[in-house]
Design a protein around this ligand. Structure first.
Ligand SMILES: *Cc1c(COP(=O)(O)O)cnc(C)c1O
Length: 406
């Protein structure tokens, strides 16, 4: 991989027409280590956030040895990056054949579930393979109500009374049992984990079975950009959330239990930026070479403010507008689909024009892991960048939270 000091250097040297992902392994290493040292338990990286081999390998070198996986593709990616990594198969609803693959081929011994039919599936495989249930840990996923930017608890999780039954049933069969939850991604309310811990406490007390662990899932917020025109929302910092969670774990009496967290976004968000090119400016519209079918779907749902840096093409001599003034531009994506228009504007210097580049910062989470081959576009160019995004020149632009009229 080619290496550059900054994304601007990469853009001006490569003059790329296709999107370029700028990977910052030192940032990834630092953010992973920061999480590991702050969390009072084991850290399992959530592979779905960004499962690129370069990410998994860098994390393995940084000391991450446990990975939260959900599919055969993720088992294989983790195995390839670190052959002795431990995997936690934390998808509550699994295909029987995938359970078998996990237990037999990948020797995975930790799984999650939220329904008795899933217990039956797992038990069938355990018996067929003659595995001792006492070597398998089943985490019962409980429902949580939270305030995350991305709510995920609507889909999975057993109601508390149901979770009690599941714990008792799995314990009776001879499995080791634990409790897990996942509050959603990019949580905004520091009380979120405490509410989940209160439910966990209720379930634990009613179930009255020995617990092998508590898995608090992901959701830890990454730091993104700021919209200078808005009053800062009181977005809690990850360190504050962690301090609260640590105190709450003690307070609710979970301090002595083996703990696991499954962070994704907070570890990988800042490790990548993305260079996109303006293929055409049409009035207040910018047609760029990426979009919702590639790297910009999840990041564009209006929940986070992404910082952006303007990289003017020096080959363009004539420009109109005031470079010191920023204005809102509607961004149209690369595909021919009219849905492929970003819901929120980019604020950029008024002089932005056809041929210029934009570096979008902190785009490592849920971006390239969601890209598709729709319409024949598939961004897949990577460079290494050594300067952290937040340490370069100030980012003059950003994608705001507001939508924009036509
Ligand atoms: C997606 C997911 C995570 C990671 O969430 P982040 O908000 O990116 O930290 C962790 N655990 C489970 C079960 C998930 O589905």
């Amino acid at each position: 991989m080619q290496s550059f000091a900054t994304a601007k250097d990469a853009a001006l040297s490569l003059r790329p027409d296709a999107p370029v992902y700028c990977f910052r392994p030192a940032v990834l290493t630092a953010d992973a280590k920061a999480f590991v040292s702050a969390f009072p338990g084991k850290t399992a990286y959530a592979v779905k956030t960004n499962g690129e081999p370069m990410v998994l390998e860098t994390l393995a070198k940084a000391g991450i040895s446990i990975f939260d996986v959900a599919s055969p593709g993720e088992f294989a990616a983790v195995r390839a990056a670190k052959s002795d990594a431990e995997m936690l198969y934390m998808h509550p609803v699994k295909a029987q054949s995938d359970i078998r693959l996990a237990l037999e081929t990948y020797r995975i011994r930790t799984l999650s579930l939220d329904h008795e039919d899933e217990v039956a599936k797992i038990l069938r495989v355990v018996r067929a393979l003659d595995i001792d249930p006492a070597t398998v840990t089943l985490f019962i996923r409980i429902q949580t109500k939270g305030h995350a930017a991305y709510e995920l608890s609507k889909k999975f999780g057993a109601a508390p009374a149901h979770a009690v039954e599941l714990l008792q049933r799995c314990h009776r069969v001879g499995f080791k049992v634990g409790i897990c939850f996942h509050v959603g991604s990019q949580i905004e309310d520091p009380d979120t984990y405490e509410r989940a811990l209160a439910s966990t406490d209720w379930v634990r007390n009613r179930a009255d079975v020995p617990l092998a662990g508590l898995d608090v899932g992901g959701g830890f917020p990454a730091e993104y950009g700021a919209d200078p025109r808005r009053k800062q929302r009181d977005m809690p910092k990850s360190s504050e959330i962690m301090a609260r969670l640590t105190a709450d774990l003690e307070e609710w009496g979970f301090g002595d239990l083996p703990l696991v967290a499954e962070p994704g976004r907070v570890i990988v968000a800042r490790a990548f930026s993305l260079i996109v090119r303006v293929l055409l400016r049409k009035g207040r519209r910018l047609y760029i070479n990426d979009g919702i079918w590639a790297s910009l779907s999840d990041s564009w749902t209006g929940k986070i403010t992404l910082p952006a840096r303007f990289i003017p093409d020096p080959a363009r001599i004539n420009r109109s507008g005031n470079a010191a003034k920023i204005g809102a531009f509607k961004v149209c994506g690369a595909t021919c689909d009219s849905v492929d228009i970003l819901s929120r504007p980019f604020w950029l210097p008024e002089t932005v024009d056809t041929g210029d580049w934009i570096e979008i910062g902190h785009i490592g989470a849920y971006s390239l892991s969601l890209r598709t081959r729709f319409n024949g576009f598939y961004p897949d160019t990577f460079v290494e960048v050594t300067t952290p995004f937040h340490e370069g020149e100030a980012a003059e632009g950003y994608a705001s939270l507001e939508t924009m009229a036509d």
